[in-house]
Design a protein around this ligand. Sequence first.
Ligand SMILES: [Zn+2]
Length: 446
Amino acid sequence: MGQYAQMEKTIPSNIGGIMGYRRNLDKYEYPDPEEIDFSKPLADLAIVGYIQNNHIIRQSSMKFYLENRSIQDMNTMKNSFGIIDSHEHVLLNTFAQSEEISQIWDKCSFDSACLLSTQGIGYITQNIKCLLLKIKYPHVYAFGGLEHYQFNRSCGKPDYLKQIKRMDALGFDGVKMIEGKPIVRQKLNKRLDDGMFDAFYSYAQDHSITITFHVADPPTFWNKELIPDWALKEGWYYGTGEYIPYRQFYEEIEGILKKHPNLKMILAHFFFLSEDINEAKRFLNTYPNICFDLTPGTEMYFNFTRDTDRWRQFFSDYQDRLIFGTDITDEDTNNLSTSNLARNFLEMDETFVAFGVNVSGLGLDKPIIQKIYRDNFLRMAGDRPKRVCIKEAIAECQWVKEYIDNLELLDLSYFDSLLYQDKDKAYYELREIEQGFIKASKSALE
Ligand SMILES: [Zn+2]
């Protein structure tokens, strides 16, 4: 019933019927407005539009845009921003869901997305999976991940330079590093600015390859009193002494940027600086080639709400340095709510409820939103996605096969070995991906 009340508040009184709504997140329904049963829960962002005099008054993220278009245009209307979601993952083990991720883009009205490989945690089929999706959806970007066992590529120590060259040849648009997440950083047991990465960072800098970097986590995760329950359950309490302190992550990133000042980096989740506006400003002022993405961490939006005026000014001052992202995955059911939170915050100029908490929207001007939704990402990742080299991708599958064959020989305590306790599952996933490449290469020849 709460939703009904909210709608009454937001629907201008001179407007006609409800055009459609989503109850299950999987499809629009277009009922007679009189027949809608508001006592049953609606999906959030339930109302998609209203009709008045044969014109659509469209609601986008709870904000109304009056568009002089006829009803017939409704299906071709997406959003007028051309949103690119810079931060998504494909995590499900079987590949049958690749259809699913494109449905999510439709649901959220995204024009394009960037798939970020989590290969850096030892999930060895991630890079090829992202590449296959890039072939299937050529308008989509993908950033590849590193591999730390260096299986069969050189003797002993990892050759990250070779790996980034390989990613470049395969057709990745950038690199994703999850290695700065505290748990991963702890297993890696190397500083992020360690000399062993130097040639890799230099290559990225010289070839203008952007790295999206997950660095640290919210500072409350180091504090037993302040850490939220859900994070504690995930095992993300870092105050035990095993993990490096919060501040050290920032030192290590500055270490990289001092050595490679022109390196293009997108620091994910606002670099976890939403509690410290001055530090966020200092960082952006000091390093002109970095951007922050606005991917939740919901805490970020709750922090922004504590001082909306100051943050609105920040978003205006740094409008060229902020990039929209959601962390949407194919195994998550909260996708639309997350996207709504991130969008409402930028677009709405009033308070809304997200995940049970009041958040104040900034109601930014459209040209600023346009930069955050699209232009800034394109500047970092390239005007259009690179093409995948299918021949190299098939060769990469062979390497992944040998890797899985020899899993027992690797020291899997190093990273998240649990991902491949079930080798059959890994082979199955690999086969599905490989068949996809073979099919693509055949149709390319036709
Ligand atoms: Zn992510």
